[in-house]
Design a protein around this ligand. Structure first.
Ligand code: BV8
Length: 234
């Protein structure tokens, strides 16, 4: 991605924006964390303890994402249209590891928690496009070592990606939109405070229900993302 221009519109997305594409959220009753303990599958300690369990967890989600029925929904498409209408003025910072924003056409995009369709080599650090099951017998295409590939995902306790670019964008944005996130996970949950107190003219929450940070937003619209996002951005 080219050097980031000051983006007047910064959009934070979370799992709720992909729910209507068939991908589970985390903290809803039927969410991911209702089935597995995040300590076991979304921490470096969990990976060190049982890499096969963690690889199986992400392989299962990768297969779900690559299922032909998993497609961008009207929320992803509305955000991609917004970017086409306001070239270089819109930045999406997503907590999601799916590639639905890209598949809808969004380009100014930061995956702060990594990407399900990528793997990273613990030996040489290469980040690789990876759309198949990942296992301990896989070799790194860059350095040929075997058994050193991990999901290119930011786990709890790890530093999110592109934080400097995100902070820059938040400090210059005029409009901060938060879509489909419960406001549980930091530093993403703190972005609205930073945007608001560093000059954003307006902060808006679009979600199914009020998030933990709901009172920090000047405006809110509640309902399914595939309805409220097109309604708001168009
Ligand atoms: C870090 C891996 C240091 C990828 C994820 C105590 C206090 C504060 C913070 C901490 C603390 N103890 C520890 C921390 C830090 C910790 C943290 O925040 N813990 C929480 C649990 C308290 N954070 C970290 O460790 C982060 N790293 O802090 O490093 C640092 C930071 C900056 C600079 C230097 C150093 C790393 C966090 C990343 C962890 N990885 N997942 C994966 O497996 O996917 S987090 C996980 O939660 C996912 O990435 C997910 O994206 C993220 C946030 O969840 P949401 O997207 O909000 O999903 P959720 O289910 O919660 O909510 C969905 C929402 O959608 C709901 O509101 C629902 O109503 C709505 N919805 C549902 N359906 C729809 C809908 N909305 C619209 N339409 C619908 N149809």
């Amino acid at each position: 991605m080219t050097g980031l221009l000051p983006c007047p519109i910064v959009i934070l997305t979370g799992a709720g924006v992909s729910k209507e594409s068939g991908l589970d959220t985390f903290r809803d009753r039927d969410g991911v964390w209702a089935r597995v303990r995040l300590e076991d599958v979304a921490t470096p300690e969990g990976f060190a303890r049982d890499p096969a369990l963690v690889q199986a967890f992400y392989n299962d989600r990768r297969r779900g994402l690559l299922d032909p029925s998993c497609l961008p929904n009207p929320a992803h498409e509305a955000l991609a249209r917004l970017e086409r209408e306001w070239p270089d003025e819109v930045l999406i910072v997503t907590q999601n590891i799916d590639d639905l924003h890209e598949r809808a056409g969004s380009r100014q995009l930061i995956h702060m928690h990594g990407e399900l369709t990528k793997a990273r080599c613990l030996d040489c650090g290469a980040v690789l496009d990876w759309r198949a099951d990942l296992g301990e017998s896989d070799g790194c295409p860059a350095c040929a070592t075997v058994g050193t590939l991990r999901p290119h995902i930011v786990w709890f306790g790890e530093i999110p990606l592109e934080m400097e670019r995100i902070q820059d964008a938040l400090s210059t944005c005029g409009l901060f939109l938060s879509i489909g996130t419960s406001g549980n996970v930091y530093p993403a949950a703190g972005f609205v405070r930073q945007a608001r107190f560093e000059g954003a003219a307006h902060t808006v929450e679009l979600n199914l229900e009020p998030s933990l940070g709901a009172t920090l937003f000047e405006e809110s619209l509640y309902g399914p993302a595939s309805e409220v996002v097109p309604a708001y951005v168009e």
